[in-house]
Design a protein. Structure first.
Length: 336
């Protein structure tokens, strides 16, 4: 008879099966985890990899890995917010993650009422040309958020919008177009403003074209309301609505589960989530007076998504204006 020998199993000094991961040099593991941190679509994708072994867990907290943390890794849900989540975001910020600086800055400024540190964190991201951070700071300047009405700086808001628009931020591009068209914080130039608004629509359309095929046939609008799955562009095309940044999704979820003060309102654009930091901070629709927006960008998007179908004049006239603010473009004049 032919004897069959059992396969030989190698053991290390501790009499345990040798782990092939132990043979990988630290630099290689850190490089792999850095790429995972940069490309993960959700926090679970990243943290599940750290559970493979203690070594992965330790190297996953390396500064090089945390500095690459993308918005997907940082997309913590408001219901899961905890001190450990806060600590992880702070570690990413200290490691140099621009996305973490913006994400934590938005949470601190709007959710935790820590205005100074929140604004500083967003500024830290903006200095490194983070377009959403630049646009958020512009909104803060336009509204004087975190301060009084006299703290508004329209010229600074326009400058921040211009920089964000140059980097490809569609909402900032649209906001800049409205500012120039209306002479809000900058010398009025109607034709130039209209040109920028047309460019914003073209950018919006170009940004969603790659997703049209994958989105075809899908039903449902998700949690951001009916109609949010399609956006009527000015060219007569139905295209998917832009996906909110994880920071905005966090704000939406955070304030959805909390009671706001009687004089505090949220931006009526369902994908924004920004709250007022003082009574009557946001501009309201000058036609119906029932909705309010933190920016012209949010107003224009919400007009296409939802408000166009329900906006009706309040009272007998249209000349209503807004509460203590520069007039919002009347909704019937803002299809862009």
């Amino acid at each position: 008879m032919v004897s069959r020998k059992k396969p030989r199993i190698s053991y290390n000094l501790n009499n345990k099966k040798s782990d092939s991961f132990d043979k990988l040099p630290d630099d290689l593991v850190i490089s792999i985890l850095s790429k995972l941190s940069f490309s993960s679509s959700s926090p679970s994708d990243f943290f599940n990899a750290l559970l493979v072994c203690k070594r992965f867990s330790r190297l996953g907290m390396n500064k090089v890995v945390l500095s690459k943390a993308c918005s997907g890794v940082l997309a913590i849900k408001a219901k899961n917010w905890s001190e450990s989540a806060h600590r992880f975001l702070k570690l990413c910020v200290c490691a140099g993650s621009v996305e973490a600086a913006y994400f934590l800055g938005m949470i601190r400024f709007y959710c935790l009422d820590n205005r100074g540190i929140g604004r500083s964190l967003m500024a830290k991201a903006a200095i490194k040309s983070h377009a959403p951070a630049l646009y958020s700071l512009a909104v803060i300047q336009f509204n004087g958020s975190g301060g009084t009405k006299s703290d508004k700086d329209l010229r600074a808001g326009v400058a921040l919008c211009a920089r964000a628009a140059y980097l490809g931020h569609v909402d900032a591009h649209r906001e800049l177009g409205h500012c120039i068209q209306d002479g809000y914080g900058i010398k009025q130039n109607v034709s130039e403003g209209r040109r920028l608004l047309i460019q914003a629509n073209a950018r919006e359309l170009a940004s969603v074209l790659p997703h049209l095929c994958s989105a075809k046939g899908k039903k449902g609008a998700g949690k951001f309301g009916a109609g949010y799955s399609t956006l009527l562009s000015d060219y007569g095309c139905n295209v998917p609505a832009p996906e909110p940044h994880p920071a905005n999704r966090f704000l939406v979820d955070w304030f959805e589960s909390r009671e706001l003060g009687p004089d505090t309102r949220l931006c009526s654009h369902a994908g924004c989530g920004r709250p007022e930091t003082r009574p009557h901070e946001f501009r309201r629709c000058s036609v119906c007076g029932t909705v309010n927006y933190c920016s012209r960008g949010c107003q224009a998007i919400d007009w296409k998504l939802r408000h166009k179908a329900v906006c009706t004049p309040m009272g007998l006239g249209l000349d209503l204006g807004v509460v203590g603010e520069a007039p919002v473009n009347e909704a019937h004049q803002v299809p862009t």
